[in-house]
Structure formats: C-alpha cells, structure tokens
Write a protein that binds this ligand. Sequence first.
Ligand SMILES: [Fe+2]
Length: 254
Amino acid sequence: MSRILKTQIKDYTKEMDINFFCILRQFINMEMMNNIINKVNYFNEKYPYDEGLNPYISNKKRRTNNLYSDFGSEKDIMKNWPEEKREGMLDKYYDVRKEMGKELNVLLSSIFYLLKKRQWKLIGITSFDVYPGCSEQEIHIDMPGILPKDITRYYVSIPLHETKKNMGPIIYYKESMIKEFRKFHNHNESYEGVIGHLNSLKWEIKQLFLNAREQYEYKLGDISIHRDITFHNGGTNNSNKIRRFLFIVCDVRN
Ligand SMILES: [Fe+2]
C-alpha cells in the first residue's frame, strides 16, 4: 500500500473561472496574520481615516482607510489638494508599502501561484470597518469602468478576526447561475456597476440572485478572492462587533 499522502489540491483556477470568486481556507498562518493585524491597527491609529468608499453605493456605518494606492490616477485626484494633505497621503502610501510590502508580496505570490497567474501588481490596500447595524449593500461589481483587455483586476479580502455570518461578511453570487442575467444586463446603457438591493429587484431577477447567493463565515487565516466583474455585496452586521477586514487590489495580466 502506498504510504504517500494523497492531498487533494483544489483547482482554484477552475473555481474562479466558474464562480468568479473563491475562498481559501487557513491560507495565512497565525504569525503572518498577527503581523498583518498589528500593522493595520498601527496604521489606522497613525493616519486619519480616509474615506475611499465606493461612491455608487450606500456606505452608512462603514469606514475605510485607504492605506496604499497605485492605480495610476493618484496624481490627478490629488492635484487640487492642499500640499500638506497631498504630502501626508503620499507619506502614508510610502510608509505602508515599506512596512507591509514584503509580507503582502509573499501572500500575493502564493495566491497568484495557485491561480496560475504570473504577472500581477499590487495597486491598492484599504482597511474596512463595518459597524453594528450596517445594513446589506446593493449588489454591485467593484470595477464599473473598463480595464485594458489583457488585465483582470482581483480583490483579496482578509478578515481580521473570526467572522460569523451575523457580522455580515461579503455575499457572493455564483457566476454560473447568473450568466444569463449578465448577458442581458451588459446591454444596459446606464450602468454604474450597481444592480440594486436584492429585495428591490424584479421577481425573476431576484430569484436568480437568490439561487446564486453564497455567504460564508471565516476563521482567522481564511481569505476570499473576487474579481472586477464579480457580483457581490456586504452583508448586514447584526452583531454587536465591528467587522474589520483588509481589502487588497491587484491588477493581473491574463
Ligand atoms: Fe464591493
């Protein structure tokens, strides 16, 4: 009898292809996780919260701190800012990249190795605080604009504590079950990437999204990944605790 341990390695590439999201369980070890948590806490105390929220959806009872940004539009965004504010922001980006860059590179390298992507670039890090009572967001995608044809944008969400469903972790909609809807929807002109609240949708469309809907709980060290056109939304935080997660954005060459 073979003594070789048969480890079943999930095909995450396939999962991403089919569902447009995947969950990696126990992906970050506790040492790295604690480092990440400590650094995020440190930066959130050191630098004032900067609300880099998605302007197309409601953001009540949510706060964000945009810790690092290299999307390419920074110069334009900051050009009319007072010098002090601009310098402060650039210092923050530099500081965060210097302090967290190494760890995140290790982490992102393993993620994209699993997803069989060779070329990727870290372009954003944001810390999110979702307060008790924050209600479910509109179903949306995170990248309503158009990316170059050879680029796919990936988003990695790292819960910063154990996250039960009543804390409102992200809700994903399996692409395989809403393909038909997307075909129809892509022809819609006034498209900002927002579909609307689940309960506000037309009955037939709501059924599609209800069937495709998945919400998972997370242990510390579990992460989730979605992409530019994944339909998703934050859930309701029905707990009495703040839900915190780190959100990392990467552009990946196809
Ligand atoms: Fe989102």
